[in-house]
Design a protein around this ligand. Sequence first.
Ligand code: CO
Length: 542
Amino acid sequence: MTLAQPSQSSAPGANPTGASASSERFARDDWASAFRNVGVELSDVPLQPVRGSLPADLVGTLYRNGPGRLERGGHWVHHPFDGDGMITALRFEAGGLSLTNRFVRTEGWLAEEQAGKPLYRGVFGSQKPGGLLANAFDVRLKNIANTHVVKLGDQLLALWEASSPHALDPDTLDTRGLSLLDGVLRPGEAFSAHPRFDPGHHGTERMVTFGVKSGPRSTIRLMEFAVADDPASGVKAGQLLSERSDRFGGFAFLHDFAITPNWAVFLQNAIAFNPLPFVLGQKGAAQCLASKPGGQAQFWLIPRDGGAYAGQPPRIVPAPEGFVFHHLNAWEITEAGPDGFGGRVEGPALVVESIFYADFPSIGPDTDFRTIDFDLIPEGLLERCTIDLTSGTLRTERLSERCCEFAMVNPRREGLFSRYGWMAVAERETGNDPLQAIKKLDLISGERTVWSAAPRGFVSEPVMVPRPTPAGGPEPAEDDGWVLCLVWNGARCASDLVILDAASLAELAVVELPLAIPYGLHGSWVPAGPSDAQPSATHQAG
Ligand code: CO
């Protein structure tokens, strides 16, 4: 892989849009070579960079989750999202780096290892062998634990939004089993794969998350957990601090959400679910989702415990057209006046920054995911919605024309106005393509800084790690820290860990992993500390 130096581009649209066919824009064989099984589980393998050096004050663990098994007994998944969850831990200690990886020992993974063939259907359309007869009326879900991994208390949680988390040992990655979080969850209860870590808006750090029970009416259960032990109050890390449940009209498809000090922000896409083809064995459950013609997307705003609106009913605000999986951040404007971006608000306002798709990118039952035409799928575009809570009106602006996914702010700024966002982007300036570069976007000036892995490299979610605050010293600048990213190296047919300077996106180190990891989903950084119950510990969600 050619690792280019970061390129500074300032004017939007400075580069040609590239009207070439997707076959000329990127090396499809290199891109598709990432779709494979992870064939080995490694323990504490020491690693050294092939270029650059490890930052001395980067100490902690990067956990990544994603599908690690895409084929069994010659039967391929229909979509990579149906692959079994495999956790990678990259542990940075004084002067060294080591790697451990483990499949999550889910009930389905264990049974299929024994059987040597798929025994379950997948949500994204994977079928059991044997055609319609074998698949019809089998509506069991296989909890594949493949979407995100976060640390809560002394547990590492492998998350999959339709069911309970799996608890793992944070050091060995051994699976302890399904976790109901000390009785907080009922068996099989939905538990989002997108927790948000409140850095301390209400005193102490919290993990805020939710579960959705969908139907003709849908219920959101919002939960807030302590992240650290608090000897003064006796609260233990991982303990549920507060919860509320709210019912909304209509079928809810909610993958992600955003938080501010006062609000939990949900965007309910205008989407319909027709379960019949799923029940009949023709489609996976997620393939039965479709845009609802004439439907109206809505923001569902739920007041958080401890905030200014605590205990009040939710507010519902019409949302722009389009489809959203992921949010970058949300924050509040507290009083009437200019919103700072060319508009005005009449009173308190809520600003939500999200990645919008023109339509729900559905995956047809006859499509081979390795041959998809990127030109036929809408790209993700970052937009800012300013919701005036007094007038109930909304203003939307596009923040970038470049295809992006997997965006985050400095986790210390989660829920507050943040000047910078880091995200995975396509190599060209407009249009849909695989993610091959990392972008830092200045959300005030629009200035962009890009590090690219093109032509033979393909990026996954970048994780921004803030530089630790020195004892007694001032908090480092918002963009002071590192960006960690696993890159699929098409030349090597294996994965690289790339460490960038968060401010300049200069490449600090490249580590060639002795592993070939398919494109992953989400992950998090857990800083090392004298104790994991350290109140200043910083977690981050992808
Ligand atoms: Co996600």
